[in-house]
Design a protein around this ligand. Structure first.
Ligand code: BTN
Length: 320
């Protein structure tokens, strides 16, 4: 999309109605030139009404995830400044890892988004499924300048970023340790951070996020949900823009080594703390009450025996 067309789209998104005259003045173009850009937007699937004597009204946007449409919703700094959209791929995490390995120079903030994945990856070796076009499926490439031992705040940071982004759309979500996003007690969004690192150096991190928007697959083990089921119907480009903005803000805290602030926000939105939980670890199952997260982002559980246990990896079931 031409940058001027993106600019016009931004103005249409910001106002209920914009006159051709105002657009022409703001952009220093003739009204005929404005009309051409409006026609281009229409040909891309935007519904734009022309109200005589008033101006242009953006009535509907296509549910597309192309960079130009996402950029119409926010002003990217690093994260999401470059967005690659693919109709289909195996896994956005796998593709982005591949790009990171092949790149001659760092591609900080590069975002890969797709409509469908044939081999979506979930945590702990599971698959992640979503019907075509039903979910927001994307990955972001980051280069944290810390050793892997200091990356614990990163996955919790991503959960916080998603919750805060959804709050700006009026959606109230919570976090289940380590970083599942829940809506009305059901899983809405999963996050998978994959790291390439040496002992004392992180090469890169691919942060993958899958958020159910207009549908969710019937999962066996977990009760999941999507935004439409909860009566909320934002366009995926807008959700992506909000999440990328929120990731930029929260990642800045992480880079400033203000992980405590991220953890405080995590606690605030937690769906886990203070509740009875069963934790499924590779070593077996533990039951008790989730008390807190530690300064390393691990889950502190008081077991039924009274023993305090620090859980660094596992799946948590929250008992209601
Ligand atoms: C989980 O809850 O198990 C994590 C799921 C993460 C899924 C997302 S979808 C986009 C990105 N690409 C992948 O292959 N996985 C993540």
């Amino acid at each position: 999309m031409h940058p001027t067309t993106v600019h016009i789209l931004q103005l249409l998104l910001a106002e209920d109605c914009v006159s051709g005259e105002d657009l022409a003045r703001e952009l220093g173009l003739s009204r005929a030139a404005i009309w051409k850009h409006i026609s281009e937007l229409r040909s891309l699937g935007f519904t734009i009404a022309a109200q005589s004597g008033k101006g242009y009204v953006l009535q509907n946007c296509p549910d597309s995830l192309h960079q130009a449409l996402v950029h119409a919703h926010f002003a990217p700094r690093t994260i999401g400044r470059q967005i690659i959209y693919l109709d289909e791929c195996d896994s956005t995490n796998a593709r982005l890892k591949h790009l990171a390995e092949e790149a001659a120079a760092p591609l900080a903030g590069l975002t890969l988004v797709t409509d469908r994945q044939s081999a979506g990856r979930g945590r702990r070796g599971r698959t992640w499924q979503a019907g075509p076009g039903e979910a927001l499926l994307f990955s972001v490439l980051l280069y944290p300048p810390f050793p892997p031992s200091l990356l614990h705040g990163l996955t919790l940071m991503a959960g916080v970023a998603v919750v805060e982004a959804l709050a700006t759309l009026g959606v109230n979500t919570t976090l289940k340790w380590p970083n599942d996003v829940y809506l009305e007690g059901r899983k809405l969004c999963g996050i998978l951070a994959e790291t390439s690192a040496e002992l004392d150096h992180t090469n890169y991190v691919v942060l993958g996020i899958g958020l159910n928007v207009s549908g969710h697959p019937p999962l066996l083990e977990q009760l999941s949900t999507d935004l439409y089921s909860a009566g909320i119907q934002p366009k995926r480009a807008e959700i992506l823009a909000k999440i990328l903005t929120s990731l930029e803000e929260n990642y800045a805290l992480f880079l400033d080594q203000r992980v405590d602030e991220i953890y405080d926000k995590w606690r605030l939105h937690s769906h886990t703390l203070g509740r009875r939980v069963t934790v499924h670890t590779l070593q077996g199952e533990l039951s008790g009450v989730a008390r807190d997260i530690t300064s390393e982002g691990a889950l502190l559980v008081t077991l039924d025996s009274g023993e305090e246990k620090i859980v660094t990896a596992g799946d948590v079931t929250v008992r209601h």
